[in-house]
Design a protein around this ligand. Structure first.
Ligand SMILES: [Zn+2]
Length: 271
């Protein structure tokens, strides 16, 4: 599933090819995504000029002179720019042809992604208005983490992954950040001191920033439409490393499962 770093990498890869371009044709092959693709998308977007591409949480916001297209990649989606004459593939459900001859395509085999058309202030959109702070923004810091963990007995890993409290930190990045901060994932949130919250907030930022950087290295192929979409292998310290030695202390990485969710941690150095 694309997490925040993959979505940010997608945003960066698309920006140079989209900025200032005019959309000359829109094709919707299948409207049945997680929410139906709006009926008027083709009409609304044809002739629109792209003014910018931004990200909020895991939503991509393609801003035009007529309104904003909001795209979510769901479980398996990718958004790529394809050179002229490259035919659409199976599961390329929505595409926009640009005046450069390149085509922006949403590919989504499982169709959990979505495309929305927003006119007016996007911040009041139902899917955006209740989103928690972005972990890479300055207002996400130790003070914020400390404030939201007071009175919460839920495990800190669950709190990090709670989209009402922190935006866009999925299982992999929560596990990695907790290891980097030497905090046991099961620690009740309310037990964390301000200092440990500061360490953790920094670890979350660094983990995400590193992943975005790692995504950048595969960007070239990606932009040229020849590579796999922006899901990249994180050089993980704990995630997927059950039974292997901890990179910090040499202890053994453990795996516990809560329902469908796997948590990896080092019992020796995460307290
Ligand atoms: Zn360790």
């Amino acid at each position: 599933m694309p997490e925040l770093p993959e979505v940010e990498t997608t945003r960066r890869s698309l920006e140079p090819g989209l900025l200032g371009r005019t959309i000359v044709h829109v094709t919707v092959r299948d409207r049945r995504l997680r929410w139906p693709v709006p009926d008027d998308l083709e009409r609304a977007l044809t002739g629109a000029v792209v003014l910018g591409i931004r990200r909020r949480a895991k939503y991509l916001l393609i801003e035009t002179d007529r309104g904003t297209v909001m795209v979510h990649l769901g479980m398996s989606g990718s958004l790529t720019l394809n050179p002229p004459l490259v035919p659409p593939a199976k599961h390329d459900h929505v595409e926009a042809l640009l005046d450069t001859g390149w085509t922006l395509r949403l590919h989504d085999p499982r169709r959990f992604g979505s495309v929305h058309w927003i006119t007016g202030d996007e911040r009041s959109h139902a899917l955006l208005r209740e989103l928690a702070p972005e972990p890479l923004d300055p207002d996400f810091d130790g003070d914020y983490l400390h404030r939201i963990t007071r009175g919460r007995s839920a495990a800190i890993k669950q709190i990090l992954m709670n989209g009402h409290l922190v935006t866009g930190v999925g299982n992999i990045y929560a596990s990695e950040a907790l290891h980097a901060a030497a905090i046991h994932p099961g620690t009740p949130g309310r037990r964390l001191s301000l200092r440990r919250c500061e360490t953790l907030a920094n670890a979350v930022k660094q983990t995400l920033a590193r992943a975005i950087e790692a995504g950048g290295s595969s960007l070239r192929d990606y932009v040229n439409g020849t590579g796999t979409p922006g899901y990249f292998q994180l050089q993980s310290a704990v995630y997927g490393r059950a039974g292997q030695p901890c990179l910090r202390c040499g202890g053994t990485i453990r795996l516990v499962r809560h329902g469908m969710r796997a948590t990896y941690y080092c019992a020796a150095c995460q307290h």
